[in-house]
Write a protein that binds this ligand. Structure first.
Ligand SMILES: [Zn+2]
Length: 471
């Protein structure tokens, strides 16, 4: 076992000691990290400074640790809804601040490296849980024009630090697969190109070697779940330009992992990845890696959907045929951006043998129908709240009719869909429509799909986050 792998296993098992428990879901805000940053001020191993203010006046912090000659700069959440690495940074700060059996490793890191962290580059976007900043500009496409305060701050900080290594930390779609496979691309790596020819400079070569070594180590934990971003040059992006300016730049994207909606396992993978990458920079152990390892990492592909139902029989218009149905669930911000709703959609119908589902069921011998609409009309949602929805599911109902014309929400907070009185018969099995299905074998109901969530109605199921409103 190599030194790096041994260290990775140890911190994997000890991770719970460092988990920052106050950050427990993806929708963290500036107000969640502010007290944590203030706490770091009382520990003299950290130097905290304000690098500048966001468009809405929130501080963007720079946290420095170590006194070594090799400088490393890590920044997270340029995109406000990509928070996985931000959570992991606070676990790393806890790791650095602890008195534990890792003092030799840490002393070595702090002696060889000076590490600068900029968590949550886009705090205004995080507040709204949106990708862009408050001007609706993508900060990671603003390197050249520098119109957003956040991009200016990132660029100025880069200029001031003049780091040898940089980590650009993001989240990607959970629907990416590693190559053409059913494996989720849980982590995706990129050593960004800095020109159209995708040249390999000495700086880029170092990024490739670090990522190759990281790929080897992290594959022990998530074999088959690490992919690589295509390296097309994006002239407006930070990583590409930083690489071109000579900082070895490493992009890590956090993707999906089954049943890890809040990305807490992926956060742990970030914690381990970043610490072993820092260790390999301090030890210069990445130098033993060849760039062929990086080249061998499979590309990101988009072969995943949230739910695939295969080999369903369907009768319509005098035809009877067999098809697969592929469904995705899109997250929408709730009334407050701390909360969210889900809107499902039928993404594809037909032969889906080249695609894979997080949930993937062969329903050979079963027949699919649109989810049924309960015949009685309700005048208020209060009446609907009193219903035993489980009884409705058992009879195949996925929708109710509401006559209340004042009801203006786009989603139903109850686990049932709402059809406005004037909008009947729109619940068809068609690409682009929400996924509300009834699946039977002979005359028995086997499954219900309600707003993209599959369940067996004879078993209580709490997974349905919300229904939708047909209007
Ligand atoms: Zn991003």
């Amino acid at each position: 076992m190599t030194n790096d792998l041994d260290f990775a296993y140890r911190i994997y098992y000890d991770y719970q000691n460092y988990l920052e428990k106050s950050l427990s879901n993806r929708r963290i805000k500036y107000s969640d990290i502010l007290p944590l940053i203030n706490q770091l001020r009382s520990n003299n191993i950290f130097t905290i400074s304000e690098a500048g203010k966001s468009a809405e006046g929130r501080d963007i912090f720079l946290i420095k640790i170590g006194k070594g000659k090799t400088k490393v700069f890590l920044w997270t959440q340029m995109h406000g809804d990509e928070s996985t690495a931000t959570m992991a940074l606070f676990d790393i700060f806890n790791f650095f601040a602890s008195n534990d059996s890792y003092s030799t490793v840490k002393d070595n890191l702090f002696e060889k490296l000076t590490i600068y962290f900029m968590p949550m580059v886009n705090p205004d976007g995080a507040e709204l849980f949106q990708r862009r900043n408050v001007f609706d500009i993508d900060i990671n496409r603003d390197f050249v024009k520098l119109q957003t305060p956040e991009a200016k701050i990132l660029k100025e900080t880069f200029d001031n630090i003049n780091a040898e290594f940089g980590f650009n930390l993001h989240d990607q779609s959970t629907l990416y697969s590693t190559g053409h496979s059913y494996n989720t691309a849980t982590l995706s790596f990129l050593a960004p190109a800095f020109d159209i020819e995708r040249s390999v400079s000495p700086a880029r070569e170092k990024s490739m070697k670090i990522l190759g070594s990281l790929f080897n180590t992290m594959s022990s934990f998530i074999p088959g779940h690490i992919a690589k971003y295509p390296d097309e040059f994006e002239p407006r992006a930070f990583g590409d330009n930083f690489q071109g300016l000579g900082m070895s730049t490493i992009l890590i994207e956090s993707g999906g992992w089954k049943d890890d909606t809040e990305k807490q396992f992926i956060r742990k993978l970030n914690f381990i990845s970043l610490l072993i990458a820092l260790k390999s920079i301090a030890d210069e152990s990445y130098n033993h890696e060849s760039i062929e390892t990086y080249d061998s990492i499979p590309f990101n592909e988009k072969d995943l959907l949230d739910l695939i139902l295969r080999n369903l029989k369907y009768k319509k218009g005098g035809h009877e045929y067999i098809f697969d149905i592929g469904i995705i669930r899109t997250e929408l911000n709730g009334l407050s951006s701390s909360d969210y709703f889900v809107k499902s959609s039928i993404e594809e119908i037909g032969d889906l043998s080249v695609l894979f589902g997080y949930e993937d069921l062969d329903l050979d011998g079963m027949e699919v129908f649109p989810g049924k609409t309960f015949p009685k009309e309700f005048s208020t949602m209060e009446e609907v709240e009193k219903l035993d929805l489980n009884k409705l599911y058992l009879e195949g109902y996925t929708n109710i009719i509401l006559s209340d014309e004042n009801f203006s929400q786009d989603i139903s907070e109850l686990p049932i869909n709402v059809i406005k009185k004037s909008q009947r018969n729109i619940n068809e099995i068609q690409v682009g429509n929400p996924a509300n299905l009834l699946i039977q074998k002979e005359n028995q109901i086997m499954y219900i799909v309600l707003n993209g969530f599959l369940f067996d109605p004879s078993k209580r199921d709490g997974r349905i986050r919300n229904g939708i409103v047909f209007r």
